[in-house]
Structures are given as structure tokens and as C-alpha cells.
Design a protein around this ligand. Structure first.
Ligand code: MTE
Length: 408
């Protein structure tokens, strides 16, 4: 990474990083975005997150450390799919700017017949039969800050509100297809996909490169090696040239900048399945739950917290609801703190693994503070509870969100 006292060089690198020429170098890490140039102070630059390549305009993103949360309220002007330039970014370190031409994927381990590494180039993957699938990517900690703000509980980790989620149309190759071509052994049980981003170092410990075990059963079910997002090559920040998309599972499973996959006849672990992404705390077994896999269900209003709404007018409340268990069945809204509920109108055909947009009219009469609630129920009978079960790392928040507004 450039030294912070090198603004001009950083500016050049920033501009350069987004060009194909930069990509041709391969392995160049994204520098921090720059607010000043050699000529002097520039116009207010979009906020920057260290290591994120794309622009993060204020109206669309909140920067949280090395991550950028999408503003959930700003989804109001997006369609069913989240455009790539509005999609949240969760980076343990920084976005590596990789060249597809130099890239290759290596499969290795005792779970392959030949027990010898097998390589696939980008061209190889593009020549294999492709599939296109709409899927959400959602961080396991999406909604984490609500454990504190809504339930008064302490949790560790990035303080996301509701915007660590997005929906995209992913095109790529079935992981099952690639595993079969590599010679998947009948007794293989686990995979360990690993990213090409820099090793993750925290509190003086080097945890190595991001990697998270994935069962062969899930891999053969619906996982894809994605090279396109919404009809375009994957952007650098979202895993260029190839990432995993693991539908309905927590976002950490969808490893970006995929470099290699260990294929094993024995269960595999990594710090991302032992130290993190387990439910720890009083409500859970000593030592924690099994590694979490499936996401949960949520809904929210596309309105800033604290929005002012005029009394005596009909407002069209809008939002989104989703469940990783089953298609959404209903969304209900309440404007009286949960005493009474009304059904919202659903604007998309509910499907598992995708969200539905919803709306409901509301005509407030009394001025002052009010709390809006939304609650979804899925086709498997899961309903958002009033309180989420606490875990110390703040994963899988699923409770009804209490959304403060002011009627004026
Ligand atoms: N893969 C790599 N190699 N490095 C990462 O930091 N973050 C994971 C996952 N894959 C990560 C990764 C997490 S925690 C999430 S939520 C998703 O990527 C976020 O994907 P996005 O940044 O494209 O939204």
C-alpha cells in the first residue's frame, strides 16, 4: 500500500487501479481514495474506505472501517436488483485488483481422484455451460447494531444497520460441474475455498487468507462460481474475476477473488468456522453453536431513521422483506408500536433466496414521535420475533425493526 504521505502517487494509483492496464499488472491492492491532488485541495471527494476501489457517494453508502454499508433507505430508488455501484462491500483487508487473463483456480486435496492439483483458467470456466441465478448476498452480521440500539445488548463486530445485503443476477458455472471435471471422489465431504486477498491480521495474529469450509452437499446443490454480476464482469470489489455465490448462506461463504479450493475426505475448519461465525453466549451451547450456515429472515422500511412525515397526508411506506428459509408469505406493518398490524402489498412474486418489495399507505394524524414496524412471515411459518436471541458477535439479527419517525 502506498505511504499516507504520498497523496499525488495515491491519486494516480487510484485512477490507474480502475483501468484495464492496472488490471494487467495483477495483484495490485486498491489504494485509499484521495481527496487532494497535486494542484491543491479538490472538490469534496466521495467518502473513502481503505482498500475499496469503487466510488462510495454519501447518499448511497456509510463507510465502516474497511467496509461500505449500502443505505437501506436509498434502496427506495433501486429496482429489484441492486446495481453493482450501490452494492455493499465487506472486505476483511482490501480489494486486490486482479487480471482475469493471469488468474487460475486450483482444486487440490485428497478428495480428488488423482490427488493431484487441477487448474482452471478464466477462459476454461467461460467455455463451460453457464447458469444465471438471482441471489442475495447478506453479511451474517447484517442488523448487528440493532442488538445494541434496540435490545440494549453488547456485541462485537462491524455495526451494520440493515444495508449489508444486496440482490444481484449472477452468471457463472456450477461448482458441481467444476468439481466433477476435477475428479471429485465419492467420499469427499468438505471444501475449503480461499480468496486471493491479503492475509487477515487482527490483534497481532495472522489468520491467513479468507477461507471458510463448505460442505460438498451444498456445493453440489446450488453454488456457483460467478464471473458476472448484473450482466457485467464482476467488479473488482465484488470478487473479480471469479467468486463463489452460495445462495441463502451467510455472506462469508461467498468467497471473493477465489484462488483455490481444498477438497477433503475429512471435515475442514478455519478461523472463519471456529473463532467467528458461530453463535456464542448464554443462550448457546458452551463453546458455541455449530458454524452458522443459513441466513435468517428480515424486513425493513426504506426510510431514514428519524424521517419527518407530514400529518394529515397519505404516505406510501415502502420496504423489502426476505427469508433464507422459504419464500416470503406476508409482510405486515404497524404504526402504533405493534398494537395493530395491517398487511402490506407485495410487489414481487415471492421466491426463496430473493426479497420482495412491499408498500403500505399510512396517514398519520397525530404529530410527534412514532415508531413504524414491519414484520415478515415466510412460507415455512417463520415470523420475525420481537427480540432476537443474543449472541456475543451479533450474528443473524432477525427481530422486528423499530423504526423511529417524527410526524410534523
Ligand atoms: N471473500 C474474501 N476473499 N475476502 C473477504 O473479505 N468477505 C466475505 C465474503 N467473501 C470476504 C469474502 C463477507 S463477510 C461477505 S458478507 C461477502 O463477501 C460480501 O460480499 P460483497 O463485498 O461483494 O458484498
Amino acid at each position: 500500500m502506498p505511504h499516507p504521505s504520498e497523496p499525488v502517487r495515491r491519486t494516480l494509483l487510484k485512477a490507474f487501479a480502475a483501468t484495464p492496464a492496472a488490471a494487467a499488472l495483477g495483484g495490485l491492492a486498491a489504494p485509499a481514495a484521495e481527496a487532494a491532488t497535486a494542484e491543491g485541495p479538490a472538490a469534496p471527494a466521495p467518502q473513502a474506505a481503505p482498500g475499496i476501489v469503487k466510488s462510495l457517494p454519501d447518499p448511497y453508502f456509510t463507510v465502516r472501517g474497511t467496509n461500505a454499508e449500502a443505505r437501506f433507505d436509498a434502496f427506495a430508488d433501486t429496482g429489484f436488483l441492486t446495481p453493482a455501484d450501490r452494492f455493499f462491500v465487506r472486505n476483511h483487508t482490501s480489494t486486490p485488483v486482479l487480471d482475469a487473463e493471469d488468474w487460475r483456480l486450483t482444486l487440490w486435496g485428497d478428495g480428488l481422484h488423482g490427488r493431484r492439483p487441477v487448474h482452471f483458467t478464466y477462459g476454461h470456466l467461460r467455455d463451460l455451460p453457464s447458469v444465471t441465478r438471482t441471489a442475495l448476498v447478506e453479511c451474517a452480521g447484517n442488523g448487528r447494531s440493532l442488538y445494541a440500539t434496540q435490545q440494549g445488548q453488547t456485541v462485537s463486530g462491524t455495526a451494520w444497520t440493515l444495508g449489508a445485503v444486496g440482490a444481484a443476477r449472477w452468471r457463472g458455472v456450477r461448482l458441481g460441474e467444476v468439481l466433477r471435471r476435477a475428479g471429485l471422489a465419492h467420499d469427499a465431504v468438505d471444501l475449503l475455498p480461499r480468496g486471493l486477498d491479503a492475509p487477515y491480521v487482527s490483534g497481532g495474529t495472522d489468520y491467513g487468507r479468507v477461507r471458510r469450509p463448505l460442505s460438498v452437499a451444498k456445493a453440489l446443490d446450488d453454488v456457483i462460481l460467478a464471473y458476472e454480476m448484473n450482466g457485467e464482469p464482476l467488479p473488482y470489489d465484488h470478487g473479480h474475476p471469479v467468486r463463489l455465490i452460495v445462495p441463502n448462506w451467510v455472506g462469508i461463504a461467498s468467497v471473493k477473488w477465489l484462488g483455490d479450493i481444498e477438497v477433503s475426505t475429512r471435515p475442514l475448519t478455519s478461523p472463519w468456522s471456529t473463532d467467528w461465525y458461530r453463535l456464542l453466549g448464554e443462550a448457546h451451547p458452551p463453546g458455541g453453536s455449530a458454524p452458522i450456515t443459513r441466513q435468517t429472515l428480515k424486513s425493513g422500511h426504506q426510510l431514514p431513521f428519524g424521517a419527518a412525515l407530514e400529518a394529515g397526508r397519505v404516505h406510501r411506506l415502502t420496504g423489502r422483506a426476505w427469508s433464507a428459509h422459504a419464500p416470503v408469505r406476508t409482510v405486515e406493518v404497524s404504526a402504533d408500536g405493534g398494537a395493530t398490524w395491517r398487511r402490506a402489498h407485495l410487489h414481487d412474486a415471492p421466491r426463496r433466496g430473493a426479497w420482495v418489495r412491499w408498500s403500505a399507505p399510512w396517514r398519520p394524524t397525530r404529530t410527534g414521535p412514532a415508531t413504524l414496524l414491519s414484520r415478515t412471515t415466510d412460507a415455512a411459518g417463520n415470523t420475525q420475533p420481537d427480540r432476537a436471541v443474543h449472541n456475543t458477535q451479533g450474528y443473524l439479527f432477525d427481530a422486528v425493526v423499530r423504526h423511529p419517525v417524527t410526524v410534523v
